[in-house]
Design a protein around this ligand. Structure first.
Ligand code: TYD
Ligand code: MG
Length: 455
């Protein structure tokens, strides 16, 4: 690597500049916060463009066909309706979860018509490996170009020469710039290279996918830096031992966040799952205690998932509270509310709560379902298997309404459920729904009266 001429180290928490690296920022006292950058005076002046004329909103025209459809409906929906030209999408996820597979399928879908060119830049795999994967995914495209390389200055020459309609960088942690002496994957490099790809994407109007690795602590290397920079952040979630993969949008400048796409990993790549509720409920035990179904909302889409609880006497002095897919603090809070407002003491019980299928449920509407599952397991009494439960639980034991109850009930009805335990305030708004028995509760103290009523 070339020795960089003008480098400066910038504190990531206060913006302090220093020509030398220091372990601790002398200005704000933060440890390990200095990251190298190319100083502004030596940066390429061409990159700094003048702003255009101010325009009124009315004068800005929108091309109705400005979104590119990738041909994978779940992916398009997660993006908010397709790919926007010039947008930069960061795709994160654990190793082996299917990031490369997904982007290759997207590239295959876009180039299938023969009109669009796609460039797949790989710093991780050889062209042969990519070809093998493409064969497995049955992608045969004359317009899908593969380029292996990691030096961004060289990559830019090729990109400018080819002028692709879609650029994929797999992964951003392998790309480096000659202007920075630090190793590829360091915060400085990731930031610098990502922002140069961003400039390029905006300048040429090319949608760009960056693949980013998730590091041990759960954030993409150069974590928040990249998330702020890019237009859209998608995470692929799921256990690599499970076949389901959930593509979740956590930031989207061109659509709503919290949209999800559900895929199943098969022999021939990721396959879309059109009706996730059915899949998540497929292996649900029928007469077991501690199992409750909740219609939760993922973005604009209702998904039915099963929440399971196991409450059993603990041999330990400090009973365990373990939750998978539900916030741990929320669980502790609900256990405390149960004890105080219902007199249900679970202080000597181990409590395990799990969302089946590997989904994460983080909306407060899950509270009532978690509470119901815990009560059912504690008393070892199964709930009505055709009942769904949703509602938020407050500290005073009140049950609060949640957003969009109609959509939730409709989805439950579609999947054959016949009873819905819900907040009283929501029930009053919904009125009567044919084929669905609605049970409204307004306080946790009266939950027992209705919980086992319909069984
Ligand atoms: P990959 O896309 O390479 O993961 P990442 O880029 O996120 O590290 O895919 C990882 C796994 O997916 C790999 O273990 C094999 C599996 N896989 C399939 O099951 N079917 C397929 O068709 C493909 C291409 C991969
Ligand atoms: Mg990969």
């Amino acid at each position: 690597m070339k020795k960089a001429s003008k480098l400066t180290f910038v504190c990531q928490s206060c913006g302090y500049h220093t020509p030398k690296w220091l372990g601790r920022c002398p200005d704000c006292g933060q440890w390990n916060s200095l990251v190298e950058e190319i100083s502004q005076s030596s940066a390429n002046p061409k990159a700094l463009s003048l702003p255009g004329e101010p325009q009124t909103l009315g004068a800005i025209s929108l091309d109705p066909q400005f979104r590119l459809k990738t041909g994978i409906a779940e992916f398009d929906r997660t993006l908010g309706g397709g790919l926007v030209p010039g947008s930069m999408v960061l795709i994160g996820g654990d190793p082996g979860i299917g990031k490369s597979t997904l982007v290759l399928q997207v590239a295959g879908g876009l180039t299938a018509s023969g009109k669009l060119k796609c460039l797949y830049v790989s710093g991780e795999e050889s062209p042969q490996q990519i070809k093998l994967r493409a064969q497995r995914l049955a992608i045969q495209s004359e317009n899908l170009y593969v380029l292996t390389g990691t030096c961004i200055e060289h990559l830019f020459e090729r990109m400018d020469a080819l002028q692709p309609h879609l650029l994929i960088v797999d992964s951003i942690q392998t790309v480096y710039s000659e202007n920075l002496p630090s190793a590829p994957g360091s915060v400085g490099q990731v930031r610098e290279t990502a922002s140069r790809f961003m400039n390029w994407a905006k300048k040429t109007g090319t949608p760009t996918f960056l693949i980013g690795h998730v590091t041990k602590d759960g954030a993409i290397a150069g974590p928040k830096v990249l998330e702020h920079l890019v237009d859209t952040v998608l995470y692929i979630e799921g256990d690599s031992t499970h076949v389901f993969r959930i593509l979740r949008s956590v930031k989207n400048r061109y659509g709503s966040t919290n949209e999800i796409g559900v895929f199943e990993m098969k022999d021939a790549g990721l396959e879309e799952v059109g009706n996730p509720s059915r899949i998540f409920l497929e292996e649900r035990p029928q007469e077991a205690s501690g199992s409750v179904v909740i219609p939760c909302l993922e973005g604009s889409r209702p998904v039915l998932v099963e929440i399971q609880a196991l409450v059993s006497h603990s041999p330990l002095g400090m009973p365990r509270r373990t939750s998978v897919g539900v916030d741990h603090n929320r669980l502790s809070l609900l256990v405390a509310v149960l004890a105080k407002r219902m007199g249900l003491e679970m202080g000597d019980q181990d409590i395990f709560v799990n969302v089946a299928g590997g989904l994460k449920v983080d909306e407060p509407a899950a509270d009532l379902a978690v509470v119901s599952a815990m009560i059912s397991s504690f008393l070892d009494k199964p709930l009505d298997k055709r009942m769904v439960v949703f509602g938020e639980v407050g500290l005073a034991g009140e049950i609060r309404g949640v957003s969009q109850p109609e959509i939730r009930i409709k989805e439950a009805k579609k999947l054959g459920f016949s009873t819905c335990l819900m907040p009283k305030s929501n029930k009053e708004v919904c009125g009567a729904i044919k084929g669905m028995q609605l049970l409204g509760v307004d306080a946790i103290a009266s939950l027992m009266d209705v919980l086992f009523e319909s069984t």
